[in-house]
Design a protein around this ligand. Structure first.
Ligand code: MEV
Length: 312
């Protein structure tokens, strides 16, 4: 066995987070600049995992790594090599617990590295299934969107239980993504919505289905080059998410700052309750204005991601 690597990247949800747990459609976009690389080096003895600032053996991994630990153990059994000695190095610039799918990206990179190590082909479907082994442990009962989209490097349309479909875009767009610095926890955020669905079923269900409709409209606007119509869709989504109880005062402050700076639309992305927001720039000149406004409003970190039309 020789050294093997596997790669993946972060993702953000443009529309449909939370609603996607209840079978509504969502749109996820790749963040190709935020990468994860897993490198496995076979050794003579001892399993050592290096994960950012974490160093230790599989059995000593902390609770936060439980999903990854179980994933690796299952992979070792699958390859009939449960006692394999190796070093796993994880190199990444994806922030953790920010709604950017860092855990799924970690899982996808590790799975790809193991399949490369054992020189075995890996279909998209199997990759997604393996990634869900980890996601189900880390996030409770997720929709699977993180696992499904971490494996794609194009915008995708995602419905729970179905194959993600690449989306056609006839527009160029720039999204500015900003971190509140407050750790969002997907599992917690999902349970906030579940509680609300129990307490106020009719109203909550209405918010969820409206969010689904916004994904449908956004897909049409992306295909039809109507960028100015996308902004209001994002703003409506934010109102529904806020009503579902998953926004946060810091998110609201960053969203307001971006809109005041001329963004076409702005909303939280991912689980919320902290975490990250995104804003749609109206044009090239608007990008710097939004970035400055977000900085002034206290954003911890800011990323600018450009997307290009993939059809004529
Ligand atoms: C998390 O990235 C997205 C949520 O919709 C949860 C999920 O789909 O599993 C909040």
């Amino acid at each position: 066995l020789k050294l093997a690597t596997g790669k993946s990247h972060a993702k953000i949800i443009l529309l449909g987070e939370h609603a996607v747990v209840y079978n509504e459609p969502a749109i996820a976009l790749p963040l190709p600049d935020l990468k994860m690389v897993a490198t496995i080096t076979p050794r003579n003895f001892g399993q050592i995992i290096l994960a950012g600032n974490y160093q230790g053996s599989l059995n000593e991994m902390t609770e936060a790594f439980e999903g990854i630990r179980q994933l690796i153990n299952r992979l070792l059994r699958f390859f009939s090599n449960p006692k394999l000695a190796f070093t796993l190095k994880l190199e990444s610039n994806i922030p953790l617990e920010r709604g950017m799918g860092s855990s799924a990206a970690t899982a996808v990179a590790i799975i790809r590295a193991f399949f490369a190590l054992f020189e075995t082909e890996l279909s998209d479907r199997d990759l997604q299934r393996w990634a869900n082994v980890e996601e189900a442990i880390t996030h409770g009962s997720p929709s699977g969107i993180d696992a499904a989209t971490a494996a794609h490097d194009v915008p995708v349309w995602f419905v729970k239980g179905q194959k993600p479909m690449p989306i056609s875009m006839s527009l160029d767009a720039t999204l500015i993504i900003a971190d509140t610095g407050v750790h969002g926890q997907t599992g917690l955020a999902v349970s906030v919505v579940r509680e609300q669905l129990l307490n106020e079923p009719v109203e909550t269900q209405n918010h969820l289905s409206e969010l689904g409709k916004l994904s449908v409209q956004a897909q049409e606007f992306l295909a039809a080059n109507s960028i100015e119509k996308l902004g209001p869709i994002m703003n409506s989504a934010q109102q529904h998410l806020s009503a579902l109880g998953v926004s946060h005062p810091y998110l609201d402050a960053l969203i307001d700052a971006a809109l005041e700076a001329g963004a076409l639309g702005a909303k939280l992305t991912g689980g919320g309750v902290g975490g990250t927001m995104l804003a749609l720039a109206s044009n090239e000149a608007n990008i710097d204005a939004i970035v400055s406004a977000l900085e002034a409003a206290g954003a911890r970190e800011i990323w600018v991601q450009k997307y290009y039309a993939n059809k004529e």
